[in-house]
Design a protein around this ligand. Structure first.
Ligand SMILES: [Zn+2]
Length: 119
């Protein structure tokens, strides 16, 4: 179910910042947490980050962290502090959400013509 944008924005403000969970294994868990980000760690390396699309569509998002991957993302998370990802995350399929994750908070990119935004 997709939530209206005003509800997504209110939830993002009132709920605590998203945390980073470490998952040790060879692939991300098939069931991702509702809000938190999961980093896949194997042999001491961080391979990818998984999260659910914050628009409410529930789509699983996997972002590669390894230098060889294209595209790839940077994950900044000092011990125990809320995670930051760069660059932004822009879904090419489904809901076409475009957002940043900064310090555990989703910041939406407002874009003209984005069907997610009321005109
Ligand atoms: Zn979505």
């Amino acid at each position: 179910m997709r939530w209206p944008m005003w509800m997504v924005n209110i939830l993002e403000k009132v709920l605590p910042a998203r945390k980073l969970e470490v998952f040790v294994g060879e692939s991300l868990p098939s069931k991702l947490p509702w809000r938190n980000l999961v980093v896949l760690r194997d042999a001491g390396d961080d391979w990818s980050v998984g999260m659910r699309c914050p628009c409410g569509c529930g789509q699983a998002i996997e972002l590669a962290l390894i230098p060889e991957a294209k595209p790839r993302w940077n994950l900044y998370a000092e011990q125990g502090s809320p995670p930051t990802l760069s660059p932004s995350i822009w879904l090419r399929e489904g809901c076409h959400s475009h957002f940043f994750v900064r310090r555990g908070r989703v910041e939406w990119v407002r874009k003209t013509g984005n069907p997610r935004w009321p005109r």
